[in-house]
Design a protein around this ligand. Structure first.
Ligand code: KG4
Ligand code: ZN
Length: 351
């Protein structure tokens, strides 16, 4: 019986993360998982500063890997392969993980696997639902700080983007609206907490609700919030109630369009499984609305990641790496480069 252990590294943005995933007789067991978040260091800048993020990964990456190995009680010789995020993401942050993975691969004599960060988000819900959870065709809604995509998943490794944002990602929009309302980075979770205090939501038109395609656009919604704040006299004039009502109206509008386009994709592709992934999946209202799709799609299987696996984490990278491991899709250490704009479902561009 095969007993595969993938050590994974994720440093695409502001989380330094490592995981060890064991796959034995098709059973998944995350032996250990460490996430070191840089959020507290970026708060004062109002968002992630790329060069600063890369510098912060440097002193953390080795301790995070050592901690993960010792928590799993694993020696390097027991590892089957090393999987690392090579894109999309911040190039300097990606380089820290990639260089570390290359050195470990060389020293430990273990194969190297290049993983697309968005593929990690696509498979993240399987970490708690198991390898056999997906029935094809499947649709995945990925919603993060950098991406908003609907992806047709025909098989692991076979992805087609069927809809995406034409401008801002939904997470980015949550963060920008939060900033307008005087909330600190990352604003997504704070918007939803604030929205729970709302009594009368201030309505915003959901963007591109009636467009023929499966695309999204969130920059107009962000501007509509900005104009509303101006109309009410600016941030300093807003009452706490008005801020909560704006947060509530904005959140509802963004989620309404995500749900609407997801339903459209389910119908169009006769999906049997719906997956979701990415940081915005931690949003309670989104999770509830996604679950409610079962009311109208009674045969649909819905897979939602645990909160631990919504944001950036190496657990999902290990699982995406496993799918490449079983297909012997290994990377060449001599030609291993980051691909900061790597679109899921396409070939890695070596730059
Ligand atoms: O996947 P992720 O951790 O990083 C990227 O790959 O971008 O996603 C981060 C994004 C941020 O924009 C953050 O504000 C958003 O996810 N987010 C949320 C919530 N929790 C995190 N947005 C809305 N509601 C939340 N509860
Ligand atoms: Zn992410």
């Amino acid at each position: 019986m095969k007993n595969i252990k993938i050590l994974s590294i994720e440093t695409s943005c502001d989380e330094t993360s490592c995981a060890i995933l064991q796959v034995k007789n098709k059973n998944l067991n995350l032996l250990s998982h460490t996430i070191y978040s840089q959020i507290k260091d970026h708060i004062k800048h109002g968002g992630v500063v790329p060069e600063f993020a890369a510098r912060l990964h440097v002193p953390k990456i080795i301790p995070v890997i050592e901690h993960t190995l010792s928590k799993a009680n694993i020696l390097p010789k027991d590892i089957s392969a090393i999987a690392v995020t090579t894109g999309p993401g911040l190039i300097t942050s990606l380089l820290v993980g990639i260089n570390t993975a290359c050195v470990l691969s060389y020293v430990w004599q273990k194969p190297l696997i290049s993983v697309n960060h968005m593929e990690g988000h696509i498979v993240s819900s399987l970490l708690s639902n198991g390898l056999d959870a997906i029935q094809s065709p499947a649709i995945c809604l990925t919603v993060s700080g950098g991406h908003t995509e609907l992806v047709l998943v025909k098989n692991f490794g076979d992805y087609t983007i069927i809809g995406k944002t034409r401008d801002d990602a939904v997470g980015e929009c949550f963060d920008k609206v939060a900033k307008m309302l005087g909330l600190t980075y990352p604003g997504g979770p704070k918007i939803s907490i604030l929205a729970t205090q709302s009594k009368n939501k201030i309505e915003f038109t959901p963007p591109m609700l009636n467009s023929d395609d499966l695309d999204f656009s969130f920059s107009g919604l962000k501007t509509a919030v900005l104009y509303k704040i101006k109309e009410l006299g600016g941030l300093t004039q807003l009452s706490e109630q008005q801020k909560a009502d704006i947060a509530n109206g904005f959140e509802n509008s963004a989620i309404q369009v995500l749900i609407h386009k997801t339903q459209k994709a389910i119908t169009k592709f006769k999906a049997k499984t719906l997956l979701i992934g990415g940081g915005v999946c931690a949003n309670t209202k989104l999770r509830t609305n996604i679950q409610n799709l079962l009311n109208t799609n009674t045969n649909l299987k819905i897979l939602i990641p645990e909160l631990e696996f919504c944001g950036d984490n190496a657990g999902m990278i290990a699982l995406a790496g496993y799918f490449k491991f079983i297909k012997n899709e290994f990377a060449d250490i001599k030609n291993f480069r980051p691909d900061p704009n790597w679109s899921v479902g396409t070939k890695h561009e070596y730059i």
